[in-house]
Design a protein around this ligand. Sequence first.
Ligand SMILES: Cc1cc2nc3c(=O)[nH]c(=O)nc-3n(C[C@H](O)[C@H](O)[C@H](O)COP(=O)(O)OP(=O)(O)OC[C@H]3O[C@@H](n4cnc5c(N)ncnc54)[C@H](O)[C@@H]3O)c2cc1C
Length: 191
Amino acid sequence: MERIDDERRRLVAYDGRELPFDLLVTVPPHTGQQFVVDSGLGDDAGFVPVDPHTLRSREHERIFVLGDASDIPTSKAGSVAHFATELFVDNFLAAVAGQPLPNSFDGHANCFVESGRGQALLLDFNYDTQPLKGAFPLPVAGPMRLLTPSRVNHLGKLAFEQVYWRVLLPGHRLPVTAHLSMAGKKPAEEH
Ligand SMILES: Cc1cc2nc3c(=O)[nH]c(=O)nc-3n(C[C@H](O)[C@H](O)[C@H](O)COP(=O)(O)OP(=O)(O)OC[C@H]3O[C@@H](n4cnc5c(N)ncnc54)[C@H](O)[C@@H]3O)c2cc1C
């Protein structure tokens, strides 16, 4: 999009195409921090290009990037930073010791999505696997349901606030693997 012609209510693209609108709701391009651009480490959007499986800078092998600042092809999410960091620690220690990196990050992320009326969805996915239906965290038993609005998911979201402060921040481990588990998930064709 190049500009908005508010008087004619048209969205004008750089190539001259125009789209009419009644009510325009747009999301601005997602970009990284200016200091990343200024440092010369970032791409045109201000994200640092890394190997998506090791989070190691493609150009500077002594730099690893955790969290939103990298260009890995998944959601900018706290859960991505969490799982990536779990695998990063051993990789970093190996890198310092001049050894091959033992762990490979698969892009694992999970997140709650409030859907209203006291219900929420739960998504669990990685670079290669779109969110699937199923049970989480235990196969069959759940008690949370993936990709389906439910009251239990909403209560899980509320409970997670306590888990965040009392379990994650003090550094305790959750019984959730850093890699995506297919246990309890239904393949897409069974949806
Ligand atoms: C509204 C909202 C809702 C979200 N909900 C969820 C959710 O439900 N689940 C989920 O998993 N993720 C969620 N996220 C995403 C999550 O917050 C981010 O992915 C996560 O915080 C990224 O962590 P980070 O450490 O990479 O970056 P940040 O948390 O952004 O930390 C970067 C830090 O760097 C500091 N900084 C910036 N510039 C400089 C500078 N020049 N010098 C020094 N410090 C600097 C900033 O002040 C900031 O403290 C949400 C994000 C938003 C905005």
